[in-house]
Design a protein around this ligand. Structure first.
Ligand SMILES: *Cc1c(COP(=O)(O)O)cnc(C)c1O
Length: 384
């Protein structure tokens, strides 16, 4: 991977890193190299190092170079989904007998991968409240190799102090992984705060248009980057050329989209906090949020996700999800269109009965970039 001028700002890197005009034609956007194999000029005579598209593909390489630059890392790797990226990471850095710390609020699929799949291969895990340093320390064991953090977390929007947990993990000889999906690298850069690896579901804000599923790993550790790349090729869950191209196209507008997501979400969080049918609003931008100061320290702004609880309980929460007209009832997040969902029955159904179970009266919004007045009007009519 080439290095990027560190004096360039995020908005510039998002548009230019890894995006050199095509050498053959001058096309200003990297072409979709929809191809599986590459002609060799004599045995082993590879052009630009390309031989077979699982190992490397020029469209994916353009995205991977861009991803590394966005997180201020040395290596970026693009996968078929966020969970494919997580699976590659876990199987690269953990062996049977190793232990990892799992946050008590995390994407349900991450927890399922660890508790139902990776555990069967002899990896042990304990749950911690990663926003509390004592809870993280108490979860550590001599065999702990990995500490997993998601901040802001899904769906409770909990905030973990990344620099603090990085120090605790380093002291224990464990690596820190941060799932940066909710913040995006525009709002938060975990590698600069001491994380060893950043994970993304690029399906969400990076892609940004609800039209592609993808995942990414970024690291500043060149040796770990090599190991991850080796496993990415050995395991094979790579991003296809068209999917890589869609994620790249989304990333070019990430900064302007995030500005609007954050502004709209802040307005909606304030309005909900004042609504009599809402018993609690979980948004790190609100001074009432317990992680507000930490979020203000490590994030540029507070993101586009807002969760809240209904005073009248689960039935009221489910009913609200049925009554919005502009907020679409759907899983996922981070697209330009606003979505609403009931985590207990939808995205987090897989953690019911576990330490990660979420409140039944909880509703989660992915606030899009439509007119905030229209969004407020829709929530207003749905709440009655
Ligand atoms: C969606 C999501 C994932 C999983 O990503 P996929 O692309 O759906 O595999 C991981 N972490 C977070 C925070 C997510 O929102």
């Amino acid at each position: 991977m080439s290095e990027h001028p560190s004096d360039q700002q995020f908005e510039t890197l998002a548009i230019h890193a890894g995006q050199e005009p095509d050498a053959a034609t001058g096309a200003v956007v990297p072409p979709i190299h929809q191809v599986s194999t590459f002609k060799q000029d004599g045995v082993g005579g590879l052009r630009g190092g390309y031989e077979y598209s699982r190992s490397a593909n020029p469209t994916r390489s353009a995205l991977e170079e861009n991803l590394a630059a966005l997180e201020g890392g040395r290596r970026g790797l693009a996968f078929a989904s966020g969970l494919a990226a997580e699976d590659c990471l876990l199987r690269t850095v953990l062996s049977p007998g190793d232990h990892m710390v799992v946050p008590d609020d995390a994407y349900g699929g991450t927890f399922r991968l660890i508790a139902k799949v990776v555990e069967r291969w002899g990896v042990r895990w304990s749950v911690a409240d990663t926003s509390d340093p004592d809870s993280v320390r108490a979860a550590l064991r001599p065999e702990t190799k990995l500490v997993w953090v998601e901040t802001p977390s899904n769906p409770l929007l909990g905030i973990t102090d990344i620099a603090m947990v990085a120090e605790i993990a380093r002291g224990a000889g464990a690596r820190l992984v941060v799932d940066n999906t909710f913040a995006s690298p525009y709002l938060q850069q975990p590698l600069a705060l001491g994380a060893d690896v950043v994970v993304h579901s690029t399906t969400k804000y990076m892609g940004g248009h609800s039209d592609v599923v993808g995942g990414a790993l970024m690291t500043s550790d060149a040796a770990l980057g090599e190991e991850l790349a080796y496993h990415q090729n050995a395991m094979g869950a790579v991003a296809g050329p068209f999917d890589a191209w869609l994620v790249m196209r989304g990333i070019k507008t990430l900064a302007v989209r995030m500005d609007r997501h954050c502004a709209n979400a802040a307005r909606i969080a304030e309005a909900l906090e004042a609504h009599p049918r809402v018993s609690a609003v979980l948004y790190p931008g609100l001074p009432s949020h317990p992680g507000h100061e930490t979020a203000a320290k490590q994030m540029r702004a507070f993101g586009g996700m807002v969760s809240f609880r209904l005073a009248d309980g689960e039935d009221a929460a489910v009913e609200l999800c049925d009554r919005t007209k502009l907020f679409t009832l759907a899983e996922s997040l981070g697209g330009v269109e606003s979505l609403i969902e009931h985590p207990g029955r939808m995205t987090h159904a897989s953690v019911v009965g576990s330490a990660l179970e979420v409140p039944a009266d909880l509703v989660r919004l992915s606030v899009g970039i439509e007119s905030v007045d229209d969004l407020l009007a829709d929530l207003g009519q749905a709440l009655g």
